[in-house]
Design a protein around this ligand. Structure first.
Ligand code: NAP
Length: 254
């Protein structure tokens, strides 16, 4: 029996990167995992294959976030699948991982970029939680993937950093709101992690080494570094932690 046997988890943005690692870890510990993705069905299927080959249980659910009715679309598809093939529509773990970045200093910021980044990184998680609460069981877990950029001065990606700061605030406020149901709400804030998101910043050994040097361990994060922390937060072992944003940056800029 895994620590998450009998639990059902939704991981947004699980086709690639950090979300894929989270989905794999939760499934490894026994959860039935809904692998959400936006566009990359091939990558989402690879996540599914990794999980099922390792003996885990998972299925796909597609929905573009940051669009009108995104939360309703996602949950309608999720609940249909859960009801048809598995148990009921109930959920135990919601991981708001899907996110998008966009570099812009103050002089390059545009209303369009602001609206897009906030729609995907902040608005979608808020309304996914709101809609998800309908079927989130007591003792459930909400885990938001934030960023070290929210608490480190990072003027190169001003709006992105702001979206993650808002996610931290959402995390703290909701933790109080949902505590009477023993639902914990926490955020995990990665630093530079080797995924597609920052591939353009790692084009040469020199640029990669410079990013690695910002951490205390002189290496970039790996998606499994983040997934291990999320898995802990998803289990009962973390029951006394709520409203917290956990730094997962390998001691960046200590
Ligand atoms: P990634 O490799 O670029 O993967 C992003 C995932 O989110 C994909 O599964 C993608 O789906 C999904 N997604 C993005 N925009 C979407 C949209 N509009 N609708 C639906 N799905 C969407 O990113 P990552 O590096 O793993 O990042 C995961 C989370 O960690 C993000 O919230 C990010 O802000 C945060 N983070 C990352 C780093 C880092 O250095 N990598 C650092 C700090 C925080 P498709 O595959 O279908 O496109």
């Amino acid at each position: 029996m895994g620590a998450l046997s009998g639990k059902t988890a939704l991981v947004t943005g699980a086709s690639r990167g950090i979300g894929r690692a989270i989905a794999q870890q939760l499934a490894h510990h026994g959860a039935l995992v809904a692998i959400h993705y936006g566009h990359n069905e091939t990558a989402a299927n690879e996540t599914l294959t990794h999980i099922t080959r390792a003996g885990g249980k998972a299925f796909l659910v597609r929905a573009e976030l940051g669009t009108p009715h995104d939360a309703e679309t996602l949950y309608t598809r999720l609940e249909d699948t859960l009801t048809r093939h598995h148990t009921g529509p109930e959920l135990d773990i919601l991981v708001n991982n899907a996110g998008t970045s966009g570099s812009a200093r103050i002089h390059d910021a545009t209303p369009e970029l602001f609206d897009h980044l906030f729609a995907v990184n902040t608005k979608a998680p808020l309304f996914l939680i709101q809609r998800g609460l309908k079927h989130l069981r007591d003792n459930g877990r909400i885990i938001n993937i934030s960023s070290a950029a929210a608490t480190t001065a990072y003027p190169e990606s001003l709006i992105y950093s702001m979206t993650k700061g808002a996610l931290n605030t959402l995390t703290r406020a909701l933790a109080k709101e949902l505590a009477p149901r023993n639902i914990t709400v926490n955020a995990v804030a990665p630093g530079y992690t080797e995924t597609d998101m920052n591939a353009t910043k790692r084009t040469t050994p020199h640029t990669t080494a410079a990013l690695a040097a910002t951490t205390a361990f002189n290496r970039l994060g790996h998606p499994t570094d983040i997934a291990d922390i999320v898995t802990f937060l998803a289990t009962d072992h973390s029951r006394w932690i709520t409203g917290h944003t956990i730094d997962a940056s390998g001691g960046t800029h200590l």
